[in-house]
Write a protein that binds this ligand. Structure first.
Ligand code: NAD
Length: 464
């Protein structure tokens, strides 16, 4: 493994602990101003946090079921249940009005046995350490289910980016990156965009890391702008992967793709691209929704118009291409395919009995809680689990990392074709396992990924 220059750890240490303003200015912050800012410290928004169960334990209950079916050795069970590393950083940011706000950021590495940790960075008020731990473990299983040589990690900062100026967001991103810089690196931990982060944020992460490394390191993040080492097709990759596995599920169930009705919750990167590509395949997108509300049109929504509206207004609020419905109504529509592509814990034990979709394609991470799983299974709903359904993003992130390291870039056609091979191969592998063990697709996906990670642990042994 390539080690970082010693200047990195020195400067990280300095940037986290020292006073950037000099001692005299610091004195004033340590008195009146500092107390004011601590009162206003940002914390999780409990009113909107849809936490039916602890997300880490929720994820682990699926892991437990698969581990039991695999008859996993107790030692390996303990290893795979424990995240390798958890980092918590305080992130002081100078706001435009001259005040200082201190944000909390996390980075969790769940498992790196198969390769460098890979996982997005999320900026959201509802970020918690348990959520980040769950998301990091999901990344381990996701990379293993599509068989790419990465482990799993995730990061998050508790903040509301819509309330931050561009400059504040940049300073927050750079200081967070500096705080976790010792874990980052193309060979150790490679972030990517997630909720409320994008190519712009990845460019700042890459630049901050590169300034510390004293040379340009493109492969330290994926989901970057194409002009600076990003991959063609990365932005659409998660939605494209969702489209591909939905198409495969429809074929498996003997349902035609043309005319299949689809409802999509979440109209950001994943939801809007999934809706667009499924519409291009001939599906009828009858409902879409986001934080700004949902719309329904039985004849099909004009997805291109909806994307243009969402781009201009930053949400679907005010979009007139259908009748207004609530987000809850969207989830329980009588459709062939439901794509939850917003946040976790939206299909719970409360609304699962009312879900009428034939197929659920989990674009988001963890949209279905463990208790809801059992209800959906009883109803005979075919669930394409998150670790398979939305793995297109990390697959093309892997392609981006490979292209950066090789310094040779592929055409979009090659990217999409290779993505198709991996998504279709993985869908078939999970389906085959689910038939063989008579389990649902989620349990089969966990069994496949856990067995792959466990095999590497057995081969590598325990370093003592
Ligand atoms: P995004 O920020 O681009 O979009 C999120 C969307 O969800 C927005 O349209 C937002 O308005 C909507 N939303 C938020 N809260 C909502 C609510 N309560 N009800 C309805 N809609 C709501 O994020 P994204 O990148 O599209 O990610 C969405 C999900 O997909 C997340 O769970 C993320 O972890 C997962 N995911 C993303 C990628 C990726 O490549 N971007 C890859 C794998 C998984």
């Amino acid at each position: 493994m390539r080690s970082l220059p010693s200047s990195i750890s020195r400067s990280t240490h300095v940037s986290v602990n020292s006073d950037p303003f000099g001692s005299s200015v610091n004195q004033s912050y340590m008195t009146a101003d500092f107390r004011l800012t601590t009162q206003k410290m940002i914390g999780p928004d409990k009113d909107t946090f849809l936490n039916e169960d602890n997300p880490f334990e929720d994820m682990m209950s699926r892991f437990d079921r698969a581990a039991e079916l695999l008859d996993l050795e107790p030692g390996l069970y303990k290893i795979l249940r424990s995240p390798e590393k958890q980092i918590i950083v305080s992130i002081p940011v100078l706001l435009d009005n001259g005040e200082i706000e201190v944000f909390t950021g996390y980075r969790v590495l769940h498992n790196t046995s198969r390769g460098p940790a890979k996982g997005g960075i999320r900026f959201d008020l509802n970020v918690t350490i348990d959520e980040v731990k769950a998301l990091a473990a999901w990344m381990t299983w996701k990379c293993a289910v599509v068989d790419i040589p990465f482990g799993g990690s995730k990061g998050g900062v508790i903040c509301d980016p819509s309330k931050l100026s561009n400059g504040e967001l940049e300073r927050l991103t750079r200081r967070y990156t500096a705080g976790i810089i010792n874990t980052l690196g193309p060979d150790s931990d490679v972030p990517a965009p997630d909720v409320n982060t994008n190519e712009r944020v990845m460019a700042w992460v890459m630049d901050t890391y590169s300034m510390h490394a004293r040379h340009t390191v493109t492969a330290v993040v994926t989901g970057k702008p194409v002009e600076m080492g990003g991959s063609l097709g990365r932005r659409e990759a998660t939605g494209r992967g969702c489209m591909m596995v939905t198409r495969a599920a429809l074929a498996h169930l003997g349902m035609p793709v043309a005319g299949a009705t689809v409802a999509v919750q979440g109209f950001g990167n994943v939801g809007s691209v999934t809706a667009d590509l499924l519409a291009k395949e001939g599906c009828r997108i009858v409902a879409i929704g986001d934080r700004g509300g949902a719309v329904y049109d039985a004849h099909g929504i004009d997805v291109t118009k909806a994307i243009a509206h969402a781009k201009k207004h930053k949400s679907l609020e005010g979009f007139e291409g259908g009748d207004r419905i609530s987000n809850e109504e969207l989830l329980t529509l009588d459709v062939d395919v439901l794509v939850p592509a917003a946040l976790e814990n939206v299909i719970t034990r409360k609304n699962a009995p009312n879900i009428r979709a034939r197929i659920i394609c989990e674009g988001a991470n963890g949209p279905t809680t463990a208790p809801a799983d059992a209800i959906l299974e009883e109803k005979g709903i075919f669930v394409i689990p998150d670790i398979l359904a939305n793995a297109g993003g990390v697959t093309v992130s892997y392609f981006e990392w490979v292209q950066d390291r090789g310094g040779y870039f592929w055409t979009e056609e090659v990217v999409n074709q290779r993505l198709g091979q991996i998504m279709e191969r993985s869908f078939e592998a999970v389906l085959e396992l689910s038939k063989r063990h008579k389990v649902n697709m989620r349990t089969a996906a966990y069994m496949l990924s856990i067995s792959r990670v466990a095999t590497v642990h057995r081969l590598r042994g325990i370093y003592a």
